[in-house]
Structures are given as structure tokens and as C-alpha cells.
Design a protein around this ligand. Structure first.
Ligand code: IMP
Length: 429
């Protein structure tokens, strides 16, 4: 048995929730290692639908949830989410949820700066979730973040707030946005302390012990490789490393703990927010994919942009993300299309590229080079074995495997948990 790390292989929203939920039910501990409440996983369990942003999905299955140091934690959002799921009957307590004491906090100043900056960018905006993720990570790297452990030290908070507000109020003033008062923030933090500190601990210790005892750990990635701050379509990315390697650094374990890396990809492609999307469809087919796939963001409710499967991009995600197997989701959304297109590379100003180059102008100019495959008219919805799939659908999946240079180890054919074709158990290594 090995640990498993799940990451998105496109631009997020690949349907991780269902796969994470299935794997979480077989894991002992589920760990979030990056991102924050910009993520959104929808989990359907029995007659309950849970919408999780910050909480590790395993909690829904009664498994220990850990929020690692690589996550930026909005304490208000966390407490509100705990309140919401508790009202649905889920038990979340310091016995079931542990949070790294060295995790940085997202404070109201961060969301305010996120919004003010996006407004100032105008047409060049990134299209962030507006949750303050970027500014919070900036503060962490700039060594002025307030971390959960600081809540236990009022004198530390006092000094850190001075530094934090000197920085943020200067920027907010420059951007014409309202400034923050130290006394208000201090009062909020002191009020939060007794609510949050019971969850805080050095989670690296717990996780190292769990690893030594042979417990199965599931690392639950948020966002996706093409939103990775280094490897994604920069600057239209999130502010953390979303690749599997960060599961170790973001939770306090060595790189050998990452285990088997499963990438999740939709059988087509979507993106929310701004940025390059070479295979984006502006026609009726794009519209159909959006409607059939219910492509609206879990966190912000924004309409997702839709397009053909970009095999060149997923191949890149497989390489830089360390993906060993792919879970392909929402195959059924393609039912009824007469032909399907797979992007196998790009034409950029007359030159052929096998991958998306790093330059902003080059990415914006990338025109997809397509391979056309036959579609299928019968339904794949709810299929639970290869035998239930039409030949053209099998051909489509097999061609994806070849192009992205990774095996499809799991195929999902509806939102229902059991409508899954499993080729290989990731925990089996
Ligand atoms: P931020 O993470 O809020 O700073 O947003 C940066 C970019 O990442 C924007 O394009 C967002 O739409 C995108 N993004 C952030 N989180 C998610 C997610 O969970 N799914 C899909 N896109 C996301």
C-alpha cells in the first residue's frame, strides 16, 4: 500500500470531488497542502450534498482531516464552513480536524487588496476568486504573515499587525480603497484565538507518525497544474504550487511520502477566470458542453469557459506535475457529438509547438492543432465497465492515453460515485 496524491491536470474543476471522495473512503487521513478557500469540492453522500472549500474531503467519510502549512487559512471562512457542515450533521471537532500551527492566515485586508488590485487591472484582470489568496501568499513569502500560532502570543500579534498594516494600508491608500484600523483587526484576532487554537498543532509530527505506522494518507490537491504559480499559464494562475511535489513541503513530510500521483482531467476542458485557453469554443458546441456539464464554478458561481480536450497541455501537466495515472471525468458530457477534437500541439505565428511556451504573448497567440476523432451517438452515462462503452468512446480514451503519455486508470461516467470504471487502485501502488 502507498499514499496517494491527487492533483488537477487542467485549469481546475476537473471533478476532483467525486474521485477524492471515493479515495478518501479508503484512506486513513486526508491532507490539504496548498490553496485555500478558493477551492470548491462538491461531494454527494446519500441525500446530502456537501460543498467544501477549505475542509479536507475525508471529513465527510469520518476520516481525520489535516490542513497543512502550505494552505492559507481564512479563519472566518473556516469557522463558517464548519458551521455549515455541522448543520448538515457532520461532526467537525479538534478530534477530527487538525490544522498546522505554522499555516498563514488570510485576513480581511487580503481580500480587500485582492479586489482593489483586480479593479485596478481593469481588462487585464486575472479573474481571481477574490478571496485574498494571492496577497496572503505574498505576505508569507515576505515574512510578515500572521500565522495560526501567533494567535497564542498577543505581543507578537501586536508587532506583526504594525508591519502588516504599514504595508497593506499604503497599498490600499494608493489604490483608493478604504484602510484598516489596527484596533479592529486586533480585536478580531483575539476573538478568533480560542476558537481556532484548539485545532492547531505541529501536524508534521502527526503525519510523520502516521506514515511510520503505515497509515494511508491521501493528499488532496486544489486548483490544478495549469494554475501552478511556476508551471501554469502565468500570470493567470493561482499563487501556490499545485504540483504533487508540493504535497510534501506543504504538509511537513519528505518527498517519498507523496506516493502515487493521480491527475484528474475532464474528457474536455474548462477554465474560469482570464488567461489563455487555446481550445476554447465560442460556438454552439462550447455552449452544449457548458450546459450538459453544468459548468458553473462551485466557489464563485461563474460560468466556466469550455473547449476541446487539450492533450498537449495535459501531457505537459503530466510531466511537470509528476502524474502517473489519469482519472478522466465527465466522459458522458461528450455523448452525441458527431466528431471530437483533440489538441495535439500549437501553431504559434507559423511555428509548431508540442507544448505551451512560457511567454504571455506566445500563449495568447497559440492556435490549436487538432486531430479529429469520430464521436458516438449512444449514451456512456453510468457505464461501469469498458464493455458498456461504445467503440468510439474507447478509441477516444485510448488516444488520450497515447497523447498525454500516461495511462487512464479511472474513468468517471456520471456524478454518481459508483458510475466509475476502475483500471487500477492507486493505493495499491
Ligand atoms: P485565486 O486563486 O483566487 O488568486 O485566482 C487565480 C486564478 O485561479 C483565477 O483564474 C481563478 O479563477 C483560478 N482558480 C482559483 N481556484 C480555483 C479552483 O478551485 N478552480 C478553478 N479555478 C480556480
Amino acid at each position: 500500500m502507498t499514499n496517494v496524491t491527487i492533483i488537477g491536470a487542467q485549469w481546475g474543476d476537473e471533478g476532483k470531488g467525486k474521485v477524492v471522495d471515493w479515495l478518501a473512503s479508503r484512506a486513513d487521513i486526508v491532507v490539504r497542502f496548498q490553496g485555500g478557500h478558493n477551492a470548491g469540492h462538491t461531494l454527494v453522500v446519500g441525500d446530502q450534498t456537501y460543498k467544501l472549500s477549505l475542509l479536507p474531503s475525508g471529513l465527510v467519510r469520518g476520516k481525520m482531516g489535516v490542513i497543512g502549512n502550505g494552505v492559507v487559512v481564512d479563519p472566518f471562512a473556516l469557522l463558517a464552513e464548519i458551521g455549515r457542515v455541522s448543520a448538515q450533521g457532520l461532526k467537525v471537532s479538534p478530534e477530527t480536524l487538525r490544522i498546522a500551527d505554522n499555516a498563514p492566515l488570510i485576513l480581511p485586508v487580503h481580500a480587500a487588496l485582492d479586489a482593489a488590485r483586480e479593479a485596478a487591472r481593469g481588462a487585464r484582470k486575472i479573474g481571481t476568486t477574490g478571496r485574498g489568496i494571492g496577497p496572503a501568499y505574498e505576505d508569507k513569502v515576505a515574512r510578515r504573515a500572521i500565522r495560526i500560532c501567533d494567535l497564542a502570543e498577543p505581543e507578537t500579534l501586536d508587532a506583526k499587525l504594525d508591519e502588516l498594516l504599514l504595508h497593506h494600508n499604503t497599498l490600499l491608500r494608493g489604490l483608493g480603497a478604504p484602510e484598516f484600523a489596527k484596533a479592529d483587526l486586533m480585536a478580531q484576532l483575539l476573538d478568533l484565538a480560542p476558537k481556532l487554537l484548539p485545532y492547531a498543532e505541529p501536524v508534521w509530527e502527526r503525519l510523520n507518525e502516521a506514515k511510520a505506522s503505515g497509515a494511508k494518507i491521501l493528499f488532496e490537491g486544489a486548483q490544478a497544474v495549469m494554475l501552478d504559480v511556476d508551471h501554469g499559464t502565468y500570470p493567470f494562475v493561482t499563487s501556490s504550487n499545485t504540483v504533487a511535489g508540493n504535497a510534501a513541503a506543504g504538509s511537513g513530510l519528505g518527498p517519498d511520502a507523496v506516493g502515487r500521483v493521480l491527475g484528474i482531467a475532464k474528457a474536455y476542458c474548462t477554465r474560469v477566470g482570464s488567461g489563455p485557453f487555446p481550445t476554447e469554443l465560442f460556438d454552439e458546441i462550447g455552449q452544449q458542453l457548458g450546459e450538459r456539464g453544468h459548468e458553473f464554478g462551485t466557489v464563485t458561481g461563474r460560468k466556466r469557459r469550455c473547449g476541446w480536450f487539450d492533450a498537449a497541455m495535459v501531457r505537459q501537466a503530466v510531466k511537470v506535475g509528476g502524474i502517473q495515472g489519469l482519472a478522466l471525468t465527465k466522459l458522458d458530457v461528450l455523448d452525441g457529438q458527431t466528431e471530437l477534437k483533440l489538441c495535439v500541439g500549437y501553431d504559434i505565428n507559423g511555428q509548431h509547438y508540442k507544448h505551451l511556451p512560457a511567454g504571455v504573448a506566445a500563449q495568447a497567440a497559440a492556435k490549436p492543432i487538432y486531430e479529429v476523432l469520430e464521436g458516438w451517438s449512444s449514451s456512456t452515462r453510468g457505464a461501469r465497465s469498458w464493455a458498456q462503452l461504445p467503440a468510439a468512446a474507447i478509441k477516444y480514451v485510448k488516444r488520450i492515453e497515447e497523447l498525454v503519455e500516461a495511462p487512464v486508470t479511472l474513468l468517471s461516467t456520471s456524478p454518481e460515485r459508483d458510475d466509475t470504471i476502475l483500471m487500477q487502485d492507486p493505493f495499491a501502488g
